[in-house]
Design a protein around this ligand. Structure first.
Ligand code: ADP
Ligand code: MG
Length: 354
């Protein structure tokens, strides 16, 4: 055996490791908002109210009326790699129904901010108080009983207060809020049966009713004019060319209701908000020359594929998915959107393509 040598290679301390990891999950306020809203939806909430201040850099508050947590659960929730959603890899392989499963969001958000969680389980008796836990820079700083409504309220203050480099990297309030708005909008559209609201610096940006109607949700987030220009897409089985997609459904806009940015293309695979080149190309192909160059329609489109055909085990920040058979997916989406547009007389007929 060699005698031990001097080395420059050292083991990083836990705190440093945690903050580096946090930067990978929480890039900006919108990423924390995404995690918290997903937790509320996973908790079966009927309403999710998101409040942010200064684009989420000062405060993010997500309040839900979901199943809530008792004291032991609140304490466990902020620990590293703690989740109630899966037990092991087998659960991942058979397909996860929840949006979260990594058990890292609360822990990592809390390692780069000041977090307060107030929660009360749904089934608590009348006198059963809630629990308030404060967590700061990765440490629990207090746990006490508190009176609170059923459900959970998570507040995230001073994001990146202890990672100045990352804090400096944040963009203007307007840009950070635009990202937050996009995230909350995506979940509001995907869950029309949940009342989702977004408030920025005391101004209500939108609020959906949660009555289960996609058209109404589109109206709440994009306004009456856009909503009235949407037509339904509904294709499954024999309506679709062969390929992995079992169904394509949702709403797409008249070609003349368009924007210069693709951000209004809201696409979902098995209920998860994702983007995929094949899907976008299919949509754009259907509109074809009806849209000018660099113009994009409003689209809220839900694709269903068999669980084994998509990998949900993607990086938490990655929204891009790939299909084994991109060409077929492109053709299927194109056909579904095209037939909706044709049915409404919104396309000049075009030559069939191969
Ligand atoms: P994950 O969502 O991957 O399980 P999180 O760190 O986001 O990991 O949350 C840890 C656990 O805390 C969840 O599995 C869940 O049991 C609980 N939890 C988090 N947020 C809520 C909420 N809003 N309502 C009820 N339980 C929650
Ligand atoms: Mg989560």
């Amino acid at each position: 055996d060699e005698p031990p040598q001097e080395t420059e290679i050292r083991q990083l301390d836990e705190d440093t490791v945690a903050r580096i990891a946090a930067g990978e999950v929480v890039e900006r306020p919108a990423s924390a908002v995404k995690e918290l809203v997903e937790n509320s939806l996973d908790a079966d909430a009927d309403s999710v109210d998101v409040t942010v201040e200064e684009g989420g850099t000062e405060l993010i508050r997500v309040a839900d009326d979901g199943r809530g947590m008792g004291e032991a659960d609140v304490r466990a929730a902020v620990r590293e790699h703690t989740t109630s959603k899966i037990e092991g890899l087998e659960d991942l392989e058979s397909g996860v129904a929840t949006l979260g499963f990594r058990g890292e969001a609360l822990h990592t958000i809390g390692s780069v901010s000041r977090v307060t969680i107030e929660s009360r389980p749904r089934d608590a008796d009348e006198t059963g108080a809630g629990t308030k836990l404060t967590y700061e820079g990765g440490e629990v700083t207090g746990v006490e009983p508190t009176g609170c409504p059923e459900g959970t309220i998570v507040e995230v203050e001073d994001l990146f207060y202890n990672t100045p480099a990352r804090r400096k990297f944040l963009k203007t309030t307007a840009t950070e809020f635009a990202h937050v708005n996009r995230v909350v909008t995506r979940y509001a559209l995907a869950n029309p049966d949940v009342a989702v609201s977004l408030t920025h610096d005391d101004r209500e940006v939108f609020a959906t009713t949660g009555q289960g109607d996609l058209q109404a949700a589109v109206m709440a987030v994009y306004g009456r004019e856009v909503a009235s220009a949407m037509i339904p897409v509904e294709a499954d089985g024999d309506d679709l060319p062969p390929g992995p997609l079992e169904s394509v459904s949702g709403l797409v806009s008249h070609p003349e209701t368009n924007r210069s940015s693709p951000e209004y293309l809201a696409t979902y695979v098995n209920g998860r908000a994702v983007t995929a080149d094949a899907v976008r190309e299919g949509i754009m192909g259907a509109y074809g020359a009806q849209l000018g160059g660099d113009r994009y329609p409003f689209v809220t489109l839900f694709l269903e594929v068999p669980g084994e055909a998509v990998d949900v085990n993607v990086h938490p920040r990655k929204r891009e998915v790939r299909f084994d058979d991109d060409d077929s997916v492109r053709r299927q989406v194109d056909a579904a959107v095209e037939s909706a547009l044709l049915e409404h007389g919104l396309l000049r007929s075009r030559a069939p393509r191969g």
